[in-house]
Ligand binder design. Sequence first.
Ligand SMILES: Nc1ncnc2c1ncn2[C@@H]1O[C@H](COP(=O)(O)OP(=O)(O)O)[C@@H](O)[C@H]1O
Ligand SMILES: [Mg+2]
Length: 223
Amino acid sequence: MSQIQLCNISKSFQGSFVFKNVDLKGEAGQIIAIRGKSGVGKSTLLNIIAGLELPTSGSYQLDDINMVEKNINELSRIRGEKIGYISQFSPMVPNLTAFENICIPLLLIKQNDDVTDSRMKRIEELSKLFEIQDLLHKKVNKLSGGEIQRVGIIRSLVNEPSIIVADEPTGSLDDETSSNILDYFHTLKLEGILIILATHSKMVSDHSDIVYNLTKDGLILEK
Ligand SMILES: Nc1ncnc2c1ncn2[C@@H]1O[C@H](COP(=O)(O)OP(=O)(O)O)[C@@H](O)[C@H]1O
Ligand SMILES: [Mg+2]
């Protein structure tokens, strides 16, 4: 179980502000959606939450960790332990199979045989659920965009994160597959996972507990 609290977060690139004064609190078992115009900083904000980027100013507490004091290596370890990151264009190693790409996060944390067994079982279950079980041993450069997106989602879930950060996770998926993924997010929510996502989709917002609109001056509560 995890919780996050961001206070007064601002981010600028080369001196120009993308957004200022973002406050956000997220608790175990919530699905939080962030909407907003293209270029308003949704991906930047999610990158900060995922520990992929640091804010220009403000504070960010993840459980008992002060995230703005951590260096890149520490953030990457924290991500490996706690955070599953899903993006619309999941980066893949093209010459590896879908299964090998899914297993990459397993290299980042210590495993024993029991853990490995349970992770393998999880990969099998999720591959069936997202209908890619017959594609696992194909090289990812032979897969379609939607198939790669599902491989990316499974990869982000394999280490059983307590927080999922998803940047337009259904962006290249049809309605039926999107709906499967949203149903699965709902199952994770009931298990106490915190899910924060950026989206343009009404279907995704409708499935979220809390919906914010990101503007230059911070987050505005919509639902
Ligand atoms: N690494 C970066 N360097 C400079 N500008 C960036 C960088 N990352 C994002 N930006 C700028 O920040 C703004 C917000 O981008 P982004 O977070 O991708 O928005 P959104 O996801 O809402 O479309 C854009 O103007 C983008 O060009
Ligand atoms: Mg974006």
